[in-house]
Design a binder for this molecule. Sequence first.
Ligand code: AMP
Ligand code: GLY
Length: 426
Amino acid sequence: MKVLILGSGGREHALAWAASRSPRVTEVVCAPGNGGIGQVARCVPVDMKDVAAMLRLAEAEQPSLTIVGPELPLSLGVVDAFRERGYRIFGPTRDAAQLESSKAFAKQFMKRHQIPTANYAVCTTGKEVEESIKHFHAPVVVKADGLAAGKGVIICPTRQFAIDAAHGLFSGELLGVAEKQVVIEEFLEGEEVSFLCLSDGTHVVPLVPAQDHKRIGEGDTGPNTGGMGVYSTSDMLEPTMTEWILHHIAEPTVRGMAEEGAPFVGVLYCGLMMTARGPQLLEYNARFGDPETQAILLRLESDLVDALEACIDGSLAETEMRWSQGAAACVVASSSGYPGSYKTGLPITGLSLAAQIPGVEVFHSGTTRVGSQLVTSGGRVLGVTAEGDSLEEALSRAYEALAQIHFEGMYYRHDIGHRALKQPRR
Ligand code: AMP
Ligand code: GLY
C-alpha cells in the first residue's frame, strides 16, 4: 500500500510514523511534510489551500489511501473531490467538517441533538451582541464563527469587553477577515479533556483520551498557543465516564450528522470541559489534534491503517484497537517569541542523542532541511514524545531527551502533566 498524508506538522509526522509501521504499507508520501517527516516518508510539495493541486498529486502518486491532517483542506472539500475521482481518503466531507469550520453550525447542531454544551447566542450584528450579552454573566466567551487557528476565542472579563471583541471580529480588525457571525458563550470552569473518536459514519470507537496544555507559560499562564504539550494515561477517565461521554456526546453527534444527511467519517475530536455539572462540549474538531496525536499514537499497539480503512469501509464495529496500559507525554519545544513573532532558520542539534533514549520519538512540527542540517522553520518546532509504564516515566524520558536538544532560544514548559502528578516534577 502507498499512503499519502496531507499536512506538515507534528501530527502528520506522528501519522506518517504510525502508517510506516503498518506491515501492509510499502511507501508513505507526505505533502508538503517537513524536515523530520523526511525520515519516514517521501515529502512532496503541495499547497493546503489548493484542492485541485492535491488532486493532481493523487493522480501522479496513485495512493491506496490518503489521510488528511489539518482542517483547512477538509473545509475546502478535499474529501468530496477525492471521493468523486474514486480515491480512498480518510476524513469528513465539507458538509460534515462544518462541525469544526462553523462554530455557529456546531452550537446549533449540539442544541438540536441535546448534546451538553455551554449556553450561547449566535449574533450577526453588533446590535444583536449588545442585546444578547444582557443574558450572560461575566466572564463571558466570544468566538469567531470560522476557522481561526486557535485565535478566534476571546475570554472577556466584562460585558463591555465582549461587545468590543465582537465588534473587532465583525470588522476584521481582530483576525484579518471580517466575521459574518459570532458566538457568545457562557464561561465554563473545569479540567479540559481532548476526547478523540474514530467514526465510520455510524459507529464510534474512542481513542485514548489526552490533556492538552494550551497556554505558553508554566502554570497555564500567558497567551493561548496551538498546544505546548499533552499527556495521556490509562486512568485519565473512569470507564463509566468514558461510556457517559460516548452515549451523551460522541454517539449522538454521529447519529445526528447521519440523520441530517452529512454522515461523519473521520476523527471526531470532542473538546470537553469537565465541569461541576458534568462534561460539557466546548468544541468539535473534525481531525486529529496536534499535539494530542503524537502522544495518542505512541500508545497505539494495533495497526493505525487498518482502523482508518475500517472507517472508510463502514466496518469500524468489527475493528479492535489495542492500547498500551501505560502513559505517553509530548512536550513541545518552541521558538523564542512564539506565539508572537520568532526567528527561523536556526540550526538544531542533539536529535540523534535524544532519539536513543528508550521510549522516545521526536516528532517535528516546524523544521526544514538545509543541506544536511535541520533548522527551525516554525513557532512550534519539535514535539518530544515518550511512552512509559507510568506518566512519571514518560515525562522523565521526554525531559531527558529535551536536555540533549538545542537551538537558539529553544523554549518548553517544564510542567507538562502537572495536573495529573501528585508530586510536581520540580
Ligand atoms: P475552542 O477553539 O472552542 O476549543 O476554544 C479554545 C480554548 O478556549 C478552549 O480549549 C478553552 O480553553 C477555551 N474556551 C473555549 N470555550 C470556553 C468556554 N465556554 N468556557 C471557558 N473556556 C473556554
Ligand atoms: N491541540 C488542539 C488542537 O489540535 O486543536
